[in-house]
Design a protein around this ligand. Structure first.
Ligand code: PDD
Length: 285
């Protein structure tokens, strides 16, 4: 059965899911997006994703395509139409179509596209084995707090990691890890200290990050929001990353150096379990 997509007011088959070649998302990456996870057919922490979407739009002076209530309604209709039990809903708002000009169009009409991706999120091999990362220079633009579709730099970094036989890249700027190509990065040190970079324009304020740090505090871990080096990753007890699609996933090596035992650590596994258990009980984390 083919997937149903949503494009500017219509639910359509993939072959009819089309936007203008003049869409500014296509020509200028003038678009923002969100990825929300779905468990048991329900959106997880979606209010927080939509709040971040509104912030991204506001930072770019882009008009919302519609109200949050309408967005949620379309998201849920797509989940139902595509019968998604576990997976993702992708949502993208662009400044719309206008003749190519670097300046914003005078009266733009935003365009809104959504689709679903059915995939296992809980039962994933990477969660059991952990993943290998390489470190790469962070060559992205300076407003990574805005979730734009300008994703060529992280896409290049991800491919570089795959070509090197690893799974992902952790990006480094001024000697410190910023984040993963599509996730936030953490180390566990001194047993109960969890360290992750502080929020700012250098990284995306992850929705999963926010929930996981809250759960970690409740579990009695000490949270340190400070940048860390690749050297401190090599010397950490554990490392992991978070995102809406990966929840909490162990990182077991960086640049070929085993981290801790070289196996997923107990703190990481505990936080993954707490995240999933909580999400299965209540959709707003
Ligand atoms: N990426 N940092 C970056 C650069 C990201 O692209 C993402 C999410 C995150 C984690 O944010 P969250 O916890 O809200 O998913 C951090 C999504 C999943 C993606 O691009 O597919």
């Amino acid at each position: 059965m083919s997937r149903i997509f949503y494009v500017n007011g219509s639910f359509v088959d993939e072959q009819d899911a089309k936007i203008s070649v003049l869409d500014r998302g296509f020509l200028f990456a003038d678009a923002v997006y969100e990825v929300s996870s779905v468990l048991d057919g329900k959106l997880i922490d979606n209010k927080a994703h939509l709040a971040r979407l509104q912030r991204s739009l506001a930072e770019l002076s882009m008009a919302p395509a519609c109200s949050d209530e309408e967005l949620v309604s379309v998201q849920n209709q797509l989940i139902a139409l595509n019968n998604v039990q576990e997976g993702l809903v992708y949502l993208q708002v662009s400044r719309g179509a206008a003749d190519r000009d670097f300046a914003f169009p005078k009266n733009p009409t935003s365009s809104l596209v959504m689709f679903t991706q059915e995939m296992p999120l809980i039962d994933r091999p990477s969660a059991k084995t952990g993943i290998d990362v390489i470190s790469v220079p962070d060559i992205r633009w300076a407003r990574r707090d805005i979730k734009t579709v300008g994703l060529l730099a992280p896409s290049l970094a991800k491919q570089q990691a795959l070509d090197a036989g690893a799974h992902d890249a952790w990006m480094v700027e001024d000697g410190y890890v910023t984040e993963g190509t599509s996730n936030n990065a953490y180390i566990v040190r001194d047993d109960n200290v969890i360290q992750t970079r502080h929020l700012g324009s250098e990284i995306l304020s992850g929705i999963t990050r926010n929930a996981v740090l809250r759960f970690a505090k409740e579990e009695g871990y000490r949270i340190v929001e400070e940048p860390f080096t690749v050297e401190s990753v090599k010397n950490a007890n554990e490392a992991f990353f978070t995102s809406a699609s990966a929840f909490v996933t162990p990182v077991v090596s960086i640049d070929g150096h085993a981290i801790g035992t070289g196996k997923p650590g107990s703190v990481t596994q505990r936080l993954r379990k707490v995240y999933i258990d909580t999400a299965l009980q209540s959709t707003d984390l």
